[in-house]
Design a protein around this ligand. Structure first.
Ligand code: 5GP
Ligand code: SF4
Ligand code: MG
Length: 455
């Protein structure tokens, strides 16, 4: 998911939040929502679909206020439905509160049962509502104290933007799994999942929130509280590989440059005799550039992507799935005929997309297809908010590389090594979560079976 918040008295906060969400669209395409604080309460508008489909001028004009938060959703917990769209809004003793969440709690199932037994009412099937109910329960203390208590109870990955009638609050979980950064636009303060959303509205990047930070913004300015430190950080490495936008800077690293370095490392590890390097657009473009740079093999755009095809194309049937890749990608035949090609993608998760791409290239008359992946095999599921599937769907957890090579139909299949991935980043293994590659889960899973069932 993508989250955005703006403390901007005097500004058109809903419109700026709309632009911010538009820049974060890649982080979720299922639903979008904006909540504004009107001074006398909070108003929210949510809908299913893309930001530009959900909002129009009339709706944005009605959302007037001094501060706003917004959310674009991609579901990992709870069904894809309007009831589960965010921001979630509730009335608590001190007034109204709105919450937008990116990440996934690992003990949501347990907390939900506990809270329900104690009388809390749930209106959605998301883990995010657990946070709202925990905050609502601790009404005797201030919101920042309630947040500290909430952080003690919830486990997992969460970046949050929270809005009361007069405060904007940003929270990053103690491991810093999901990104969240702070920016400034004149006198106004901005929070966003990625810095590309700050750029989009002309705001200046100030800094990333620190793991465990609770940053409170109001008429007094900004101040921070910190939850107790765990022994390490665990920034999601998959944000750099696939999820984030290449123009974003996350925890001090430009995503594009990391991806390009992943491609260079791929070239240092795996040389193949070939005529052309072809990226799988868009996710393999940066790595393919790095690979071509080191090897000197010409980089060509042999696959053209329909720029109107979304990142997650709704594909309910096998027939539509097969059609899906044709609607999205098309090879440039005259360029490829009789050639030995290296195709580069950022990751291989289920193997089904790669298989269709290899078939498509063979259909276009290529002589050899060498598939090089700019990350290691995805062996394990993610419980922290990225939908890399359950064990059964992860092809690397079921088959050895030679079987996968045969399945996708490539002449060569090579995955970047773990070391090759980690050395593309300045910080080492201890700063990042690499669980989907290594099985080392930095945040304990309360009930792994429940987590699987609940996804
Ligand atoms: P596969 O061959 O595993 O079916 O598909 C690999 C492609 O899926 C890669 O191009 C990669 O960019 C993309 N991908 C990786 N992770 C995710 C994810 O979490 N969600 C979606 N929709 N695509 C992903
Ligand atoms: Fe990111 Fe993988 Fe860790 Fe999930 S398991 S948070 S996708 S690195
Ligand atoms: Mg891709």
């Amino acid at each position: 998911c993508g989250i955005f918040g703006l403390y901007g008295p005097g500004l058109d906060v809903a419109r700026l939040t709309y632009y911010g969400l538009f820049a974060l669209q890649h982080r979720g395409q299922e639903s979008a929502g904006i909540a504004v604080s009107t001074g006398g309460g909070i108003e929210v508008y949510k809908g299913m679909g893309l930001v530009a489909e959900v909002f129009n001028q009339t709706i944005l004009k009605k959302l007037q206020g001094n501060l706003a938060i917004g959310h674009v959703r991609y579901s990992t917990t709870g069904a894809s439905s309007l009831a589960n769209a965010q921001p979630l809004v509730a009335r608590v003793r001190q007034g109204m509160i709105a919450v937008a969440h990116n990440g996934n709690l690992t003990n949501a199932f347990y907390l939900r049962q506990k809270l329900s037994a104690e009388g809390s009412v749930f209106q959605t099937t998301t883990d995010s509502e657990v946070i709202l109910n925990l905050l609502a329960r601790n009404q005797k203390c201030s919101l920042s104290e309630a947040l500290l208590k909430c952080i003690e109870e919830i486990r997992g990955a969460y970046s949050l933007v929270i809005m009361t009638e007069d405060q904007l609050i940003g929270v990053r979980d103690p491991f810093g799994v999901r990104p969240l950064c702070l920016g400034k636009l004149g006198e106004a303060w901005v929070l966003a999942s990625e810095s590309c959303a700050l750029d989009a509205i002309g705001a200046t990047f100030i800094r990333d929130l620190k793991p465990g930070e609770i940053l409170i913004i109001d008429s007094q300015g900004i101040f921070s509280l910190y939850a107790p430190h765990p022994p390490r950080s665990a920034h999601c490495i998959f944000e750099f590989i696939y999820f984030a936008r290449p123009d974003s800077i996350i925890d001090g690293e430009n995503v594009y440059l990391v991806r390009r370095e992943l491609g260079r490392n791929l070239a240092r590890e795996c040389r193949v005799e070939a005529d052309l390097v072809i990226p799988v657009p868009d996710s393999g473009v940066a790595a393919a550039g790095g690979y071509a740079e080191v090897t000197g093999i010409p980089l060509v755009e042999g696959l053209i992507k329909n720029r109107y095809a979304g990142r997650t194309f709704i594909q309910p049937t096998q027939e539509m799935r097969d059609l899906g890749v044709r609607l999205k990608l098309n090879p440039i035949r005259p360029l490829l005929q009789g050639k030995r090609v290296i195709i580069i993608d950022d990751s291989l998760v289920r193997g089904t997309t790669s298989r269709r791409i290899v078939q498509m290239l063979r259909g276009a008359g290529v002589k050899e297809v060498h598939l090089l992946i700019a990350s290691p095999p995805v062996f394990h599921p993610c419980y922290y908010g990225i939908d890399t599937s359950a064990y059964g769907e992860l092809i690397a957890s079921r088959f050895p590389v030679d079987k996968i090579t045969a399945f996708v139909g490539a002449d060569t299949l090579y995955y970047l090594s773990l070391k090759g991935m980690l050395t593309a980043l300045r910080e080492g293994m201890t700063s990042y979560c690499t669980a989907c590659f290594t099985g080392v889960y930095p945040i304990p899973l309360a009930q792994p079976q429940e987590a699987t069932k609940y996804r």
